[in-house]
Write a protein that binds this ligand. Structure first.
Ligand SMILES: [Zn+2]
Length: 265
C-alpha cells in the first residue's frame, strides 16, 4: 500500500517536475509559462503524445528531439526525477494531507530557485517576493497544519509566527553582512532567499538550514578550488546550497536537532 502511494507520488512529482522545467526555462527570460506549448528549442516542433510524458519520453528518445535530433538538456530529466522522488518521500511520510500541499509547494519553490541560480546565476525577485508573502500568510498556521514548528515550546499561532520572523531575521543577518562588506561573494537575491527560508523553517529549524547550506557550500567550494575548477575570486551560485539546507530542515530538521541535543546532553 505504502509502495503504491509512494509510486503515485513519484508519478505526480515527475509531472509537476516537467512544469518546473518550463518555469526554469521561461521565468528568467520573462516569457509566458502557458504559451507557446512545450516545443523543441532547436527546431520549434511542438511536443506531442509520448514526448509529453515526463521521464519516460526522455529515456525513450535517449535525450534527443524526435524531429531534429537536437540534444535535450539532461537537467530536464534530473528535475523530473528529483521532483518525483521528493514528492514520493513527502506522500509516503505525510499522506495526501494539507502537510503534503505545504511541503510540495516548498519543494517546487526551492528546486526552481536552485536550478535557475545554477544555470543563470540569478535569484529572481518575481519568485522570492511572492514566496515571501505566501510564507508570511502561512506562518501563523504552521502548527494548525500539523507541523511541530517549535518542538521545545508551545505552538500557539503567535509563537509559531514569531518563530518564523525570528528565523528570517537570524538567517538574513550573516547574508546582509556578507553582501555589505564583501559584495563579490553573494548578492541581494541570496539575502531575500535567506529571509524566505527563515520564514518557511522558523526557529529553531532555520539553524539546521543554515548549517547545511554553509557546510555543503563550503565543501563544494573547497573541492572546486582544489581541482582548479574555480578561481579564488570567482563567485559560485549559492542558491542550490540554500535550497538544499531549506529542504533538509523542512524534512528532517526536527530529527537532526533531536539527535544533536542527545549527543550533548
Ligand atoms: Zn527538435
Amino acid at each position: 500500500m505504502n509502495v503504491l502511494i509512494a509510486a503515485f507520488g513519484f508519478v505526480l512529482g515527475a509531472c509537476v517536475g516537467s512544469f518546473l522545467n518550463v518555469c526554469i526555462d521561461r521565468l528568467p527570460k520573462g516569457r509566458s509559462l502557458i504559451t507557446p506549448p512545450s516545443h523543441c528549442d532547436a527546431c520549434g516542433n511542438r511536443l506531442r503524445g509520448l514526448a509529453l510524458i515526463p521521464v519516460v519520453s526522455y529515456l525513450w528518445l535517449r535525450g534527443r528531439c524526435r524531429y531534429c535530433g537536437a540534444a535535450i538538456p539532461w537537467r530536464i530529466l534530473a528535475v523530473e526525477v528529483a521532483t518525483g522522488f521528493l514528492f514520493a518521500f513527502v506522500v509516503a511520510t505525510y499522506g495526501f494531507d494539507v502537510q503534503f500541499l505545504v511541503l510540495a509547494f516548498y519543494t517546487c519553490l526551492f528546486l526552481i530557485l536552485a536550478v535557475i541560480d545554477l544555470e543563470y546565476g540569478l535569484i529572481l525577485n518575481k519568485i522570492t517576493y511572492p514566496a515571501i508573502v505566501i510564507s508570511l500568510i502561512l506562518a501563523p498556521f504552521w502548527s494548525s497544519f500539523g507541523f511541530l514548528r517549535a518542538p521545545f515550546w508551545e505552538n500557539s499561532m503567535l509563537q509559531v509566527f514569531l518563530s518564523s520572523l525570528g528565523g528570517a531575521g537570524i538567517y538574513a543577518i550573516p547574508f546582509l553582512l556578507i553582501v555589505l562588506f564583501y559584495p563579490h561573494g553573494l548578492g541581494w537575491g541570496d539575502v531575500k532567499m535567506a529571509v524566505l527560508i527563515g520564514l518557511a523553517t522558523g526557529l529553531p529549524l532555520v539553524l539546521v538550514a543554515m548549517m547545511i547550506a554553509f557546510l555543503s557550500g563550503g565543501l563544494v567550494a573547497s573541492f572546486l578550488l582544489l581541482l582548479h575548477l574555480k578561481r579564488r575570486k570567482e563567485a559560485m551560485p549559492f542558491g542550490p546550497f540554500l535550497s538544499l539546507g531549506a529542504l533538509v530542515a523542512l524534512f528532517w530538521g526536527k530529527d537532526i536537532i533531536t539527535v544533536y541535543l542527545r549527543l550533548w546532553w
